[in-house]
Write a protein that binds this ligand. Structure first.
Ligand SMILES: NC(=O)c1ccc[n+]([C@@H]2O[C@H](COP(=O)([O-])OP(=O)(O)OC[C@H]3O[C@@H](n4cnc5c(N)ncnc54)[C@H](OP(=O)(O)O)[C@@H]3O)[C@@H](O)[C@H]2O)c1
Length: 243
C-alpha cells in the first residue's frame, strides 16, 4: 500500500488528514517533534483501519537533519502533506527578531528545506503528490499577523514554482489555503462560527482536491470569494483599515 508522509503530524488538521488517507487505503508516516506523543493516536488508526502507521521524529527547524530523515525512510512515500506551522506573536516578532525568525523558519524555510529533498526524489521517479498547507493570511499583509502572513505568502510562491517545475515529471503540487479553522492554533481566538471550518472539513477538501487533480484550493470554498474582495480593496484604503 502507498505511504503518505505527514509533516507536523500533531496538528489538528494533520490528524484529520491522517484519518482521511488511512480510511482511503494509505499507510502513514507521522512526522513531528516529540513524536512519541502521537503513539496513542497512531494506534487508534491502526486498530480502526488496519493500516501501517509509523511515528517519526522530525524538527522542521533542524534543516541539516532533513536529507537523512528522508534517506532513512525504508519505503518512500507516494505523497507528502505539510501541516507544519507556527502563528507566533506578531507584536513580539516586531521587537524580537528571534520570534520573527521562528515564524519565518517554521512556516517557510524549514518546509522548503524538507520539500526540496522530497521533490527531487519524486521528480526522479516521475510520480507523487505534494500537499502544502499555506494560508489566506499570505494573500495580503495585515498589521495583526504580517510576519506569519509573509512566510505563508513565500510558501505559496514556492509551491507555485514547484508545481511549474514538477508538472513535466508527473508530480502534483497542491496549495491549500485555509481561512479560519478550529484548531489548537486558534483556540484563544474568538472566530466567527459561520466562517470557521472543522479540521475534518479541511481534510475532506484536501483529499478531494488531490484526488481530482486540483492545483490551488481555498478551504472552506467561500474563502476564495472573501479573499477576492479583500484583494480588490485599493491600497490607499486598505492601509487605513485596522485589520
Ligand atoms: N487554524 C487555522 O485557522 C489555520 C488557518 C490557515 C492556515 N493554517 C495552517 O494549517 C496548518 C496546520 O495548523 P493547525 O491549525 O492544525 O495548528 P496546530 O495544531 O498549531 O499545528 C501546527 C503544527 O506544527 C508543528 N510544529 C511547529 N513547529 C515545528 C517544528 N519546529 N518541527 C516540527 N513541527 C512543528 C506543531 O507541533 P508541536 O505540537 O510540536 O508544536 C503543530 O503540530 C499550519 O500550517 C497552519 O499555519 C491554520
Amino acid at each position: 500500500m502507498p505511504y503518505l508522509l505527514i509533516i507536523g503530524a500533531k496538528s489538528d488538521i494533520a490528524k484529520a488528514i491522517a484519518n482521511k488517507y488511512a480510511e482511503n487505503g494509505y499507510d502513514l508516516y507521522l512526522a513531528a517533534r516529540n513524536s512519541k506523543e502521537l503513539e496513542t493516536f497512531a494506534q487508534d488508526i491502526r486498530v480502526k483501519t488496519d493500516k501501517k502507521v509509523e511515528c517519526l521524529e522530525l524538527d522542521i527547524l533542524d534543516f541539516a537533519s532533513h536529507q537523512d530523515f528522508y534517506n532513512n525512510l525504508n519505503e518512500k512515500p507516494e505523497g507528502v502533506a505539510s501541516a507544519v506551522g507556527y502563528l507566533g506573536d506578531q507584536t513580539e516578532s516586531q521587537k524580537e527578531f528571534n520570534e520573527a525568525q521562528t515564524i519565518i523558519n517554521t512556516n517557510y524555510t524549514g518546509v522548503v528545506s524538507l520539500l526540496n529533498v522530497i521533490a527531487s526524489n519524486f521528480e526522479a521517479r516521475k510520480s507523487g503528490f505534494i500537499i502544502g498547507i499555506s494560508s489566506v493570511a499570505g494573500e495580503r499583509g495585515r498589521q495583526s499577523n504580517y510576519t506569519y502572513g509573509s512566510a505563508k505568502a513565500a510558501l505559496s510562491a514556492y509551491l507555485s514554482g514547484l508545481r511549474n517545475r514538477l508538472t513535466a515529471s508527473n508530480v502534483a503540487v497542491i496549495t491549500v489555503k485555509p481561512g479560519f479553522v478550529d484548531t489548537q492554533m486558534t483556540e484563544d481566538m474568538d472566530l466567527p462560527k459561520a466562517l470557521t471550518a472543522t479540521p475534518q472539513q479541511v481534510a475532506d477538501d484536501v483529499y478531494n482536491a488531490q484526488v481530482n487533480g486540483k492545483n490551488i484550493i481555498y478551504t472552506r470554498w467561500f474563502w476564495k470569494w472573501i479573499m477576492l474582495i479583500i484583494k480588490t480593496i485599493p491600497e490607499w484604503k486598505f492601509k487605513q483599515l485596522k485589520l
